[in-house]
Design a protein around this ligand. Structure first.
Ligand code: SAM
Length: 323
C-alpha cells in the first residue's frame, strides 16, 4: 500500500490501514450476539470519541493523564537517554501530547511514527507536532495496534532502530493473557516504554471512569451514535445508561452501557434484543501492581529495566528491554 503524500491541506504522510466499514459491521454484530454483549474499545474512537477522550483527560477525577505527564516531566532526561537515536513509534498516540515532553528532552529523535485507529485526529496531532518541533518528521499510521504492525509497508521503519511508546494505560484495555500476546507482537519495535495504571481504592478509580460532569458517559454512549450513523442502526440513547464499577477481585474497572428497559434495536436488517438491565461491555481497564505487570512482561520475553512512578504511586511507567 502506498502512503498518501503530504499536501498543503494535510502536511503529514499517512499510511492508512483503517479497516473497512464492512469489518466494523461484522465485529459489532459478532459482539452483540454474544451472551455478554461486548464491543472492542477501539470502536469508541471516531473523531467525536477522540475529542471526548481529550476532554476526559482534563477532568479533575481523571488522575491518569496529569500523573503520567508529571512522571514524564520528572524523568524526561533519563527516558530521553533510553530513546537514544531511535525512531519513536507511539501506539495509540491520540493527541500526541505526552510525547511532546520526551521530544523536548530528546532532540536526537528525528522521526516520530504515530499509530492510531482514529484517522483524522491522528493526522491533526502529527501535523501539530511537525509545526512545533522543527526538523521532526511525523508519520501517521492509521492501524489497529493489536494486529501485527505492517512494518514492511512503512519505509520509515526499514532497517532503522526503533523504540515503542505505549502510554495512557491503554494496555489496561487488554485482558492479561492478551497483554502477553500483544507484547510479543510489538517486540518487533525493540525496547518499550509502557504506561501502566496501578491498583488503588475504588473511591479513586470509579470517579475517574464515571465523572460528575458525565463526560465519560458521553464518551461511552458515543459508540452507539457511531453505530447508528455508520451501520444504519436505531439505538435510542435515552433508553441506555453508562456504568463503571471496580471489580477488585479481577483488578479491573468494568465499563458498560446498560439497557433501561426490554427493547429491540435494529442494525440494518438485523434485530438485537436487550433485556432491562442487560449490559453491553465497552471496556475493561486492568490495574496492576508493579510486580504483576513485570511478571507479564517477562512472560512475553521482556526484561524490566526501570520503573518510574509518582510520589503517591498512582501510576507507573515501565522501560522494558528484550531479553
Ligand atoms: C486511552 S487513549 C490514550 C491516548 C494517549 N496515548 C494518551 O496517553 O493520552 C487510547 C488511544 O488509542 C487509540 N486506540 C484504541 N484502540 C486502538 C487500537 N486497537 N488500535 C489503534 N489505536 C487504538 C485511540 O484512538 C486513542 O487515541
Amino acid at each position: 500500500m502506498l502512503p498518501t503524500s503530504p499536501t498543503k491541506s494535510s502536511p503529514v504522510k499517512l499510511y492508512d490501514f483503517h479497516p473497512p466499514v464492512a469489518d466494523f459491521r461484522s465485529a459489532v454484530l459478532r459482539g452483540l450476539r454474544q451472551p455478554q454483549k461486548v464491543l472492542s474499545p477501539q470502536f469508541l474512537y471516531d473523531k467525536r470519541g477522540s475529542e471526548l477522550f481529550d476532554a476526559i483527560c482534563q477532568l479533575p477525577e481523571y488522575y491518569l493523564t496529569r500523573t503520567e505527564m508529571q512522571i514524564l516531566r520528572n524523568n524526561a532526561g533519563a527516558i530521553a537517554t533510553a530513546l537514544n537515536h531511535r525512531v519513536l513509534v507511539e501506539l495509540g498516540s491520540g493527541s500526541s501530547q505526552k510525547i511532546r515532553i520526551l521530544l523536548g528532552a530528546a532532540s536526537q529523535v528525528t522521526t516520530y511514527v504515530g499509530v492510531d485507529i482514529s484517522r483524522q485526529h491522528l493526522q491533526e496531532a502529527c501535523a501539530a507536532l511537525m509545526a512545533d518541533f522543527e526538523g521532526l518528521e511525523a508519520i501517521a499510521v492509521c492501524a489497529d495496534y493489536t494486529q501485527p504492525l505492517p512494518i514492511a509497508a512503512i519505509s520509515e521503519l526499514h532497517n532503522r532502530p526503533t523504540i515503542g511508546f505505549f502510554p495512557g494505560s491503554s494496555i489496561g484495555n487488554l485482558e492479561p493473557a492478551e497483554v502477553i500476546a500483544f507484547l510479543k507482537t510489538v517486540a518487533v519495535l525493540g525496547d518499550l516504554i509502557v504506561g501502566v495504571d496501578l491498583k488503588k481504592s475504588a473511591a479513586i478509580l470509579e470517579p475517574a471512569y464515571d465523572d460528575a460532569q458525565g463526560v465519560s458517559a458521553a464518551f461511552a454512549l458515543n459508540v452507539l451514535v457511531r453505530i447508528n450513523r455508520e451501520l444504519g442502526a436505531n439505538f435510542d440513547l435515552s433508553q441506555f445508561e453508562y456504568r463503571a464499577c471496580y471489580n477488585e477481585t479481577a483488578g479491573r474497572i468494568e465499563m458498560a452501557i446498560a439497557s433501561l428497559c426490554d427493547q429491540t434495536v435494529r442494525l440494518g436488517d438485523v434485530e438485537i434484543s436487550f433485556k432491562a438491565g442487560e449490559t453491553l461491555r465497552t471496556e475493561h481497564s486492568y490495574k496492576y501492581t508493579v510486580e504483576e505487570f513485570q511478571l507479564l512482561a517477562m512472560e512475553a520475553g521482556f526484561q524490566p529495566v526501570q520503573v518510574w512512578m509518582d510520589d503517591q504511586q498512582l501510576f507507573s511507567l515501565h522501560h522494558l528491554k528484550q531479553m
